[in-house]
Design a protein around this ligand. Sequence first.
Ligand code: FES
Length: 496
Amino acid sequence: MQEKITITLSPLGKKLVVGRGVPLIDVLHEYGVEFPCGAKGTCGRCRIKLLAGELKADNLQKQKLNKLGLDENWRLACFCKAETDIVIEITQFEDIILADNTSFRFKPGDGFGIAVDLGTTTIVVQLLDLKNGHVIDVVTAINPQIKFGADLISRIQNCIDGNKEEMQKLVRRKTGEMIQSALQKHPVDVSKITLVGNTVMHHIFSGLDVRPLSFYPFDSANRGMQIFSPEQLQWDLPEKARIMFYPSIGSFVGSDILAGIAATKLTEKEKFSLLIDLGTNGEIVLGNREGIICASTAAGPAFEGAKISQGMRAVTGAVSSLYLENGLMQYHVIGNVPAKGICGSGLIDAMAILLQQEKIGMFGEINSGEDSVELAPGVFLTQQDIREFQLAKAAIAAGLQILLKKAGITFNEVENVYIAGGFGNFLNLQNVIKTGLIETDEEKIVKMGNTALIGAKMFLFEDETFALDILKKTRHINLEADPDFQDIFVEKLMLF
Ligand code: FES
């Protein structure tokens, strides 16, 4: 039998009894430790403090720690294996997941259903009574694939590198456990389960080949609806339960966006509306009842904290907003704890305020000539962070302009701009407009919450044709193929 050791997590006081030699990455992601660079040792975000016991660091790790300015008390969890009893301090991020309770239209049905929003970072499961549409339970968790990196490219690369089966197993098992946890509390007869997620999540969950998503033209022939029996997924559900992973629209526009189109009712409106998801992939959608066009932008996950030196998601310790009071910059930190980093909404506020104070110029240059600006004690925005913001902002703003051009309209003819996802929670719309990210009037912008989950719930009450009709009306376009894209992108790099 494998020898056991104990890992004590401070300040949680949690004791984990695990097999000797376990890689810390395998146990710590469950407790909120993040591995954004996918264990490359470059981001330092998996840092842990060794309080007692021994945790070996090889020369490579020592070099990485040194580069990150961390002394001998620190380790990178992604490099370590626990060989003895240890006490470590972890930075636990309390996730704020939008387990949306927004009301939505439904036709009463029979029995019970489960809607699943399978995100790159988080998974949300809701159990619903199909007779009255009431949400009976909500279970949220971090996607266990996070140990293979925060962004989609890392996940695809890990699949190609031979981890596809493990990633599939992890996500199927986690979702199944979440469903079981809801059903243990409420033992009801579930007949239908709808899953939505981006195309990479769809492919990994369904066991499809992700390689076509890794090279030009980044397309996969297997974007369709995937149907499973509980037995296939080894989920403890009645045999008759129908489990459906909804179809993707394009290579990087998944069924989470299809669900978002349903949730915002874009295909029912006479006037044009926009749907913008500033999450991992920066998806943008424009349309009305005549038809929909959509695209993914090259914004990358900058607004989720990736590529920003002290960037983090909107969780405990993140500077989520900044504002001016008597001419001085003030800040708010999620969870009322000392600031650890900055999330997307804080980044946008920072850019708007620094521009207003003329601390940065229209080309993004820091006017003092220094390399960074301090936003809150110990939280800095570097010149490189500003460049990353400009790239992400330009990708979204240029993408929106191309969609409007394709539809032959301007922002004036757009009735509503819906912002999807948890990102909207802390967003200061005036600053979104000031930085030129979305060039519209504040009154038109609607923070919609978790549109993927709202749409997945709507799918529970409809037959498949409802979603497939939306899919038929929706056309995926490649922004970079537009001859004006480069010029518009360069123009949008400027801040004004
Ligand atoms: S340093 Fe990035 S995951 Fe460990």
